[in-house]
Design a protein around this ligand. Structure first.
Ligand SMILES: Cc1ncc(COP(=O)(O)O)c(C=O)c1O
Length: 441
């Protein structure tokens, strides 16, 4: 395979970055200057002709790889028929078909209904509003480390990085954050399973007794695996205990599958690994292979809101829906199984790598949602933030795109149809970058 034509960024990329800096909002978080020209499958090329392996999928979005012919054909066919008609005011078949499909796929053997959006934050915003509307309660519980989006309601649930909230107060009131089931860095300094899932018990024993009346709580918002927070996989009994708690107090459980869902973990929705049925599921990212689309799927019982109470102009765009139907066909037709198999390959190799590298504190994930957390010392677990930045940069220079997450983790989220050769080659580049960075080169 031809790797990058070093050094990067090349002349064209440098020029475009300069133009970008002049006209684009400075709030974006680019950590290296990859300027995309085109992509194919799990490979992408920059504007100077350099080739990279894509372990980012554009933040877990391009689930079927770049330019999958069946997705591209579905987009072309729909675009030739019509590009937009607004599902808020009119009807069209592809949107209905997709809603029927999602309702079948989302866990829960009861009737469901779909509200379509254009992004993750809008799906969460819709869930926030529906939870308030259908319960008549105003309060929400979310988790430290959570990322649910950046519009005001979703941002109020987000507690991943302080910079995401700073300067935007007051946020929507009524959200209380509690520690997530992050056993590698347990907030209560306990050990699973001896802790008896104390992080969930705390909600009942402390929060509900001293701070928040459970009768006022509309919903608990939870990511099945924390994404931006560091690819944190909670312990085996975590989601079950959370479900028992929310059932006991008649609180809605909102499962945010925006990053973990759509086959990425080897199941259509990550929560299925724990056998849990939520009342509301939020979806976006990987659903349409890169076309903007999101969805909020709720049990019909919860969909109590009336015409006019919520809507949008672009949600459920027909071209995006057509891309989603094709994407789901591919995910169900083998890509989800591939995510499971390739995920095991990642895990096996990363675990071996962990024994060779003093900075790989933790390796975790499910399917193709995998990460390693870098530390300065495996005993103190002090986050190796600078080292992480160096490794990400070096990967780029060597022809591999990766993204950071959490305080000091690096995530591996390639398209779901990646082959073994690119997994191995990408991990080889990652280890070379890590080795150099650890040696201070
Ligand atoms: C779990 C989760 N929820 C919500 C969002 C927000 O999605 P978007 O960036 O499409 O608004 C993200 C984005 O990373 C996410 O990972």
């Amino acid at each position: 395979m031809t790797a990058t034509k070093l050094p990067v960024p090349g002349r064209r990329a440098r020029r475009l970055v300069t133009r970008d800096e002049a006209v684009m909002s400075p709030s974006y978080t680019r950590s290296y200057p990859f300027v995309m020209d085109h992509g194919l499958g799990c490979l992408v090329w920059d504007v100077d002709g350099n080739q990279f392996i894509d372990f980012t999928s554009g933040i877990a979005v391009v689930s079927t790889g770049h330019g999958h012919p069946e997705v591209v054909q579905a987009i072309k066919d729909q675009a030739e028929k019509f590009i937009h008609m607004s599902g808020t005011d009119f009807y069209y078949q592809v949107q209905i078909e997709l809603a029927e499909k999602l309702n079948r796929l989302v866990p829960g053997n009861y009737p469901k209904q779909v509200f379509f959006t254009n992004s993750g934050t809008e799906s969460v915003e819709a869930a926030f509003k529906l939870a308030r509307y259908s319960t008549g309660c105003s309060r929400m519980i979310a988790f430290i480390g959570a990322f649910h989006g950046r519009s005001m309601g979703a941002l109020s649930l987000t507690a991943s990085k302080y910079v995401q909230r700073a300067g935007f107060s007051p946020l929507v009131p009524g959200v209380t954050h509690v520690p997530y089931g992050y056993c590698y860095r347990c907030a209560y300094n306990q050990t699973y399973p001896a802790c008896d899932v104390y992080c969930v018990k705390y909600i009942e024993d402390t929060l509900f007794r001293r701070l928040v009346s459970p009768e006022e709580v509309a919903a608990v918002f939870v990511e099945p695996i924390q994404g931006e927070g560091g690819y944190v996989v909670p312990p085996p009994l975590y989601h079950q205990r959370l479900r028992e708690l929310t059932d006991k107090y008649d609180i809605l459980l909102v499962d945010d599958e925006i990053q973990a869902g759509m086959g990425r973990t080897g199941k259509m929705f990550a929560i299925e690994h724990w056998g849990i049925v939520p009342e509301i599921v939020t979806i976006a990212k990987g659903i349409a292979s890169g076309m903007p689309l999101g969805a909020m799927v709720a049990s019909k019982r919860q969909m109590t809101w009336h015409p006019g109470s919520h809507g949008n102009t672009f949600g459920g765009n027909p071209v995006s829906c057509a891309a989603a139907v094709a994407t789901l066909r591919l995910i169900e037709g083998g890509f989800m199984r591939n995510a499971e198999v390739m995920g095991e390959r990642f895990m096996e190799q990363l675990k071996k790598m962990q024994s060779r590298h003093k900075s790989m504190g933790d390796v975790r994930g499910l399917g193709l949602m995998v990460a390693t957390e870098l530390v300065q010392d495996k005993d103190t677990k002090e986050p190796a933030v600078d080292l992480r930045e160096t490794v990400v940069q070096k990967c780029f220079e060597k022809g591999l795109l990766v993204l950071a997450c959490g305080m000091s983790a690096i995530r591996f989220i390639p398209p779901l149809n990646i082959g073994a050769d690119l997994v191995d080659e990408g991990l080889r580049i990652f280890e070379a970058a890590l080795t150099e960075a650890e040696a201070g080169k």
